[in-house]
Design a protein around this ligand. Structure first.
Ligand code: AMP
Length: 409
């Protein structure tokens, strides 16, 4: 079933198509129509099943019909057990609401609450929060729940394991009675069902078994390397790891031509794909690449934006893209349902800002490695996920927390 059959509006469909999502996952096609119909849902679905989009997409759709949010009010509340999950869910909201005029925010403890209070003053359509900080804000009258329409308890089992039950109950008691409730949990244990009984009346139950998971698995990896040894590293990996095929993204046309000749000097046949080549040549290159005749294609991000090649085993970001959303789109080209795709990004000191923006956008850190013999001389500093890119984001909804965690390790 395609996404277009689920009843979601065009701006949402456009944003998910940009993410490279082709078909809804089982939790998505089961939950989205039910959430759109206004019913309560209790779902057993683990992380990795696409559960976030299964509640975020219909909530976004519903938000379109509401009048503008008033100061200190929120429309939808998503409770998460950890700040990392709050950041990640909010990053997803920002991605999916890219073409909508909505506003979202991740709110969690451990950091100064003043900037969060300030953001609440203008009203927030979708608030993703950890329970403790939310209660503090409510108690200090920094927000009111009277316009709340939807409550989501995400990873409910983890919230219970972490001892949030009293806080959750306090929050639920203060919400308007008339509201929609959605609960997501890896398992529907006795405790989770008890929580569901107190917070949620009459719910549709959806259970996703681990074998129902249909999201292609994409292994993401950062290889730290100096700028001037990137081409040698690429040749080394192609030869040593006996790569069958790769789509290699690079910043400029000149860079693409140079890399192709550097690879050829090392006996690797590659072709450059960019706007400087004629339409006929580009069409032929694409055909050869799809058939497997051409193994290595070096493409500029702009030229490659419109091309439709999915299910690749490997993409390489020779240069990291300027736009974090492009990173997600590029890696979305790899992996088919059930298969494993690999997205390798070369990162040198020059790519640091782009890396911060990408990890901020993803709400998580990508694994870093060095290849022996190619260790960078110029250190690439620890990334900071709270980094906010300078360029204004199209969506009003992007919230960059002022302070954030530093890269672990
Ligand atoms: P989640 O279970 O929400 O943590 O999602 C796991 C991963 O699946 C995230 O990286 C999403 O971007 C990705 N994802 C969600 N829905 C789809 C879909 N329909 N097709 C492909 N990937 C998806």
């Amino acid at each position: 079933m395609p996404f277009s059959k689920l009843g979601l509006s065009d701006p949402i469909l456009k944003a998910i198509a940009e993410q490279g999502y082709q078909t809804p996952t089982p939790i998505q096609y089961k939950a989205i129509p039910v959430v759109l119909s206004g019913k309560n849902v209790i779902a057993a679905a683990q992380t990795g099943t696409g559960k976030t989009a299964s509640f975020v997409l219909p909530i976004l759709h519903k938000c379109q019909d509401y009048s503008p949010i008033r100061p200190k009010r929120i429309r939808a509340l998503i409770l998460t057990p950890t700040r990392e999950l709050a950041i990640q869910v909010e990053a997803n909201i920002a991605l999916y609401s890219k073409y909508m005029n909505l506003n979202s925010m991740a709110m969690y403890g451990g950091i100064d609450s003043a900037p969060q209070k300030e953001r609440l003053i203008e009203g927030v359509d979708i608030l993703v929060a950890t329970p403790g900080r939310l209660l503090d804000m409510y108690t200090s009258r920094a927000l009111h729940f009277d316009e709340l329409e939807v409550l989501v308890l995400d990873e409910a089992d983890r919230m219970l394991d972490m001892g949030f039950i009293a806080d959750i109950n306090k929050i639920v008691e203060r919400l308007p009675e008339e509201r929609q409730n959605l609960l997501f949990s890896a398992t529907l244990s006795k405790e989770v069902r008890m929580l569901a009984r107190t917070a949620i009346e009459k719910a549709v139950e959806i259970i996703i078994k681990p074998d129902d998971i249909a999201i292609p698995k994409i292994d993401q990896l950062l290889l730290t390397v100096d700028k001037d040894t990137k081409s040698a590293l690429l040749s080394f990996l192609i030869t040593e790891e006996e790569w069958d095929q790769a789509l290699i993204f690079i910043e400029t046309k000149r860079g693409a031509a140079k890399l192709v000749s550097q690879l050829e000097k090392r006996g690797i046949k590659a072709e450059a794909f960019h706007s400087g080549r004629s339409q006929t040549v580009r069409a032929q290159l694409l055909e050869d690449f799809k058939s497997g005749e051409l193994k290595f294609m070096v493409a500029t991000g702009i030229a490659a934006r419109g091309i439709d090649i999915n299910g690749l085993t490997r993409v390489v970001n020779y240069d990291l893209p300027d736009e974090a959303a492009d990173y997600v789109h590029r890696i979305g080209r790899t992996g088919r349902a059930g298969a494993i795709g690999e997205a390798i990004s070369f990162v040198s000191r020059d790519d640091f800002r782009n890396l911060c923006a990408i990890e901020h956008h993803l709400g998580e850190f990508i694994d870093r490695k060095e290849v022996p013999g190619f260790e960078p001389r110029l250190e690439i500093p620890a990334s900071d996920v709270s980094y906010a890119p300078k360029k204004p984001n199209q969506s009003r909804g992007r919230n960059a927390p002022k302070k954030g965690s530093k890269r672990r390790s």
